[in-house]
Design a protein around this ligand. Sequence first.
Ligand code: ADP
Length: 432
Amino acid sequence: MQDIRWKAFWSLLFWAMFCLMVGWFSSADTAWLLFSVGALAYLAGHLYWTHRLYQWALKPSLNFMPNGKGIWEDIFANLYHEMRRHSRSQSQLSSSLERLRHATSALPDGVVVLNNRNEIEWFNEPAIQRLGLKRHHDESQPIYYLVRQAEFVQYLQAEDYSEPLKLKSWRSPDITLELQIIPFASKQRLLICRDVSAIEKTEVMRRDFIANVSHELRTPLTVIGGFLETIGDMQGEISPDIQPYFDMMQSQTTRMRRIIEDLLTLSRLENNVTLKDEADIAMPAILNLLLKDAQALSQGQHTVRLHLETEVNIRGSYNELLSALSNLTSNAVRYTPAKGCIDIYWQLRGEEAVFTVQDTGIGIESHHLPRLTERFYRVDSGRSRDTGGTGLGLSIVKHILHHHQASLQIESEPGQGSRFIIVFPAQRVLPA
Ligand code: ADP
């Protein structure tokens, strides 16, 4: 720009000097006339090129860029280079976009880009097959107009996308979809849609297999258990040599029955995704029952206390809640040596209700904590077995809490004790 200004300045100065010289040799009037004609011609030139620039700007094209004269030659040359750079970066951008589009189309999962109003901005081919979206027709439509299931609408509105949502496809009941929303940029969202029918089928097969095996084993075990009890009742008829083997048979049968009962409970919990027998549960009554059960299990070896700091109740399943809470209190008794303390708390924290069992027992090393709710995961299998454990208790607790949208926190220090905390969300809490 600086160059152009100097160029214009030097041309005008040169013309003025020339006119001065003409004025020197002829007259001042001639010089002024000559200068004015020159200035007018210069102005006309500018007007002409401004007009050409305007004409070109109406339909800008690299092929029809004027050449210009004088400073206009520089202006048009600069413009030409800028235009070329711009068109080159634009074609690079569109080819990157095209590549990105091809890549997302090749993904096996459906991808839908949503704007901050949940309207569809773009989607790939698999999204057409999985969600039944129509190209052009469904773009700019809110996603909940097209995926209308109540669970999905709730998932979208809840804005907690940490876990994916599993849905039966509305297009075919044999297809199970897993939908996951991933927020990105400023309030935009990616909706990823996966066909998990095959995994779901295997999962159902696994659940059915465990349920069937447990069911089939229950009857013979009941028969064996019954006979063992009958034989046990025949006082003095068992030879002392056989007695230890007989006791072992009885205790192992009891153990197997417990495992089978727990496996059947787990299958039932897994098959019922939602609560069937929902009711208003009087928590103080349940907690007093837990206290009595824990004291009975402890047989006076521990101090068991109940701290009822609130009287709020819970909306949920009585049987499931009793099972989950008593699993935690019985664990506290079983994993706390004699003379230890077990404290049960029922508190209100903001709008959430909190159940805590705290013991002064053996505690758990921190690396075990994330795996404790897995089936058959035990820190010390010997101790678990000796105290009548099946290794399925916390897994049952996890499923029950999932049904109640509640969460489990475990805090523990080896040798110091453990604290198992259940947090019930506000929507499950009822006033006393
Ligand atoms: P189990 O029937 O073996 O007790 P659970 O699923 O109830 O099975 O618990 C899993 C494991 O977690 C137990 O084997 C035990 O090692 C550990 N555990 C559970 N509760 C406690 C506790 N209060 N104190 C120490 N360890 C515990």
